[in-house]
Design a protein around this ligand. Structure first.
Ligand SMILES: C[S@@+](CC[C@H](N)C(=O)[O-])C[C@H]1O[C@@H](n2cnc3c(N)ncnc32)[C@H](O)[C@@H]1O
Length: 433
């Protein structure tokens, strides 16, 4: 393993996802909103104890499917009241409600089957920088076509679809305007989701296109489509690594809450294993001025991590160490972070890397794992979606709480607690068994 350098400072008050700043209670409230579990507030409170998660799951099980649907319907209506895009969504909703009851299932199939069309329309807008152009004053389809090098008729039809989907406000005659959704597709805003839309619409779209061969062979759709694993592709394709990391950063909204969710006061050195860009590490270091940090990742990630950390953290507070997590994890830390790493590997590999973390952390260290936990009662939405996505792009998986417990136990670790974070992400805290 090789040590690389340290450097200095950006104002993290400007860090993306400021919406998630706030008290932990507020964050929990956000989790409630996302998971639509109106009655689980009590169960969520104080869920540092992993067993409370079980209580929480039991509570969820008590909800009937019908109740869930009713909640969803109520939530949808409530959303309409508060949501600035209600006018657009209302058109969509009105179209649904006009369907006779015996056609609802057909509508459902059409909605699901055309989901990829919606996603690709969103991708096109992001790739063509349409939100940036509208922000710059180009509100007519004629101007947008000229600026994006596309046909005016084509842009007109794309914008009509996107406005109907609630992505833009306005009309062709009045001109189009940004709303909260399209603002997130601008390239120059805090929390921009443009990079995520690009990789989803390009590499990941192609990987999903190979879903059948992947399911049949047990390989990944990514390998079917690109002829190499995602890891090799990111290492060998110019520009692919930064593109992937920028997309990963978009999904790091829960990171802003980690500094508050973890009491680092008893820790001195935090090691971010597979830390990528260093987005999480920089937030943790900024939130805990007494802490030192080590970012550990593959050698090709070091320049990217250096670039980010050099801008975000004071000199001397961190080092970048490169190596292979399956060989050794840097020792000497007393807090180890493992964010969105286990999701990429099968159980045997997870145990191997967890054993290396256990070895590095000594007897008094703690391991903090950020992952999406699949609820066993079908009440989680994003974890099961990402579970299939991970299977198709990396051969990885999302796991249930018992599955995490089992992996940890096989590596000599014990699950201490679980805390829900925004966007259906969880913080699992483990210590030596
Ligand atoms: C999905 S990314 C997660 C990055 C970051 N922790 C986050 O949550 O944004 C997985 C990370 O694991 C790193 N990684 C993959 N294989 C590794 C290995 N064998 N040794 C060390 N790091 C590895 C990748 O380079 C990547 O940065």
């Amino acid at each position: 393993m090789k040590a690389a350098h340290a450097a200095q400072g950006e104002d993290l008050t400007a860090e993306p996802h400021a919406a998630h700043e706030g008290t932990r209670d507020v964050d929990r409230h956000a989790v409630h909103e996302v998971t639509r579990e109106a009655d689980s507030h009590a169960a969520h409170e104080g869920t540092r104890d992993a067993d409370r998660h079980t209580v929480h799951e039991v509570t969820r099980e008590a909800d009937s499917h019908a109740a869930h649907e009713a909640d969803a319907h109520a939530a949808h209506k409530a959303t309409h009241k508060a949501d600035p895009h209600a006018a657009h969504k209302a058109g969509d909703q009105a179209a649904r409600e006009a369907d006779p009851a015996d056609h609802r299932a057909a509508r459902e199939v059409i909605d699901i089957a055309t989901g990829t069309w919606r996603a690709q329309a969103l991708y096109a807008a992001a790739a063509l920088r349409i939100p940036d152009h509208i922000a710059g004053g180009a509100v007519s389809c004629e101007a947008l076509a000229a600026l994006t090098g596309t046909g005016e008729d084509a842009v007109r039809r794309l914008m009509r679809l996107l406005a109907t989907m609630g992505v833009f406000e306005g009309t062709e005659t009045a001109g189009y305007r940004l709303n909260a959704v399209s603002t997130l597709l601008r390239s120059d805003v805090s929390g921009s989701m443009r990079d995520m839309c690009l990789i989803y619409g390009e590499e990941f779209h192609r990987a999903w296109g190979a879903v059948l061969p992947a399911l049949r062979t047990g390989g990944t759709g990514f390998e079917e489509a690109f002829g190499s694993s995602l890891g090799d592709y990111l290492r060998d394709t110019p520009g692919a690594g930064p593109k992937f990391q920028r997309a990963m950063s978009v999904g790091s909204a829960p990171f802003a809450t980690v500094s508050r969710a973890i009491d680092f006061s008893r820790h001195h050195t935090v090691v971010d294993v597979g830390g990528g860009y260093g987005t999480l590490l920089s937030l943790v270091l900024r939130g805990n001025p007494g802490l030192r940090g080590v970012l550990f990742d593959l050698p090709h990630m070091a320049p990217l991590a250096h670039e980010h950390l050099a801008d975000a953290v004071d000199p001397g507070r961190y080092e970048i160490v490169t190596g292979d997590v399956f060989e050794e994890v840097p020792p000497g830390g007393d807090a180890y972070l493992l964010s969105r790493v286990l999701q990429d590997w099968d159980d045997a590999d997870c145990v191997r890397l967890l054993v290396n973390c256990r070895r590095a952390m000594g007897s008094s260290g703690r391991l903090f794992i950020l992952e999406r936990v699949v609820a066993e009662d079908r009440s989680t939405a994003l974890p099961v979606l990402w579970d299939v996505h991970l299977m198709l792009i990396a051969g990885g998986r999302e796991r249930t709480l018992p599955e995490y417990r089992s992996l940890l136990a096989r590596a000599g670790l014990r699950l201490e607690s679980l805390e829900p974070l925004p966007l259906e992400t969880s913080l699992l805290v483990a210590s030596p068994a």
